[in-house]
Design a protein around this ligand. Structure first.
Ligand code: HEC
Length: 214
């Protein structure tokens, strides 16, 4: 009995060893789970048309990513970023922006604070920490100086014109449309508006002081 078992098992081993030998050297031999070695090549955004359903059934696949329907608008985390800015980059466009383009956000501490962060990263090098047009790049003579935000030229500059300038650029200032989303542009404008008022309280105080003196 024992002999029979050992004969059968050695026979089995021989069969197993032989069955792993293949004529072609490149062949991996019998594959137990071929799907694990080779995943079906379904490309994204390809419409496989009629054969699609057959492929699906055969390979038990769900569909690959499909092209969105025509006219689909991408959604980012804020819809305001997705709405197009339709005013053209012209003198008339600039004037129009000053009249009709308004910030969707309130001018409060929260937005001023958020805008300050953006200002520190993107604007301070030219406009200076207090918006006096004396940033380090200007001080070192590397760039023409912009006017101070609270100078007579810019004190009354409407926010719509600021948005227009940030979007398209103006004179020596480049467009910031690729660096800042529309929401970020409005936030930084909140801070610029805050800087436009710089010195106002001081003036009132000194006015008051003069009045008292007088
Ligand atoms: C490379 C230097 C530089 C950087 C960076 C820069 N600016 Fe300017 N900015 C200028 C110059 C120069 C002008 C004057 C442009 C002109 O009127 O010809 C200007 C003008 C402006 C004006 C007045 C626009 C108008 O319509 O008259 C505003 C507002 C302004 N910048 C805001 C910003 C903000 C906000 C940032 C950061 C997001 C920024 N700038 C970044 C150089 C810069």
């Amino acid at each position: 009995m024992r002999k029979a078992i050992s004969t059968i098992s050695s026979l089995l081993i021989v069969i197993l060893v032989l069955s792993s030998c293949m004529k072609r050297e490149q062949s991996p031999g019998y594959e137990y789970m071929p799907d694990m070695y080779r995943s079906p090549a379904i490309e994204a955004y390809v419409d496989y048309g009629e054969i699609r359903d057959t492929i699906r059934e055969e390979l038990n696949l769900s569909l690959s990513a499909r092209k969105p329907a025509e006219g689909t608008v991408p959604r980012s985390e804020n819809i305001l970023n997705d709405l197009p800015y339709t005013i053209p980059n012209t003198q008339e466009g600039y004037a129009l922006a000053g009249e009709v383009v308004k910030s969707p956000f309130p001018q409060n501490e929260e937005y001023i604070e958020m805008g300050k962060g953006i200002y520190t990263n993107f604007c301070v090098q030219c406009h200076g920490a207090e918006g006096q047009g004396n940033g380090p790049v200007v001080e070192k003579g590397g760039h023409p100086a912009p006017n101070a935000y609270n100078s007579p030229n810019l004190k009354e500059l409407p926010e719509g014109k600021m948005f227009h300038t940030l979007t398209y650029g103006k004179g020596a200032m480049g467009s910031h449309a690729s660096q800042l989303t529309k929401v970020e542009r409005w936030k930084v404008i909140a801070y610029v508006k805050h800087l436009q008022k710089l010195g106002e309280e001081g003036e009132e105080e000194s006015d008051g002081a003069e009045k008292i003196k007088g």
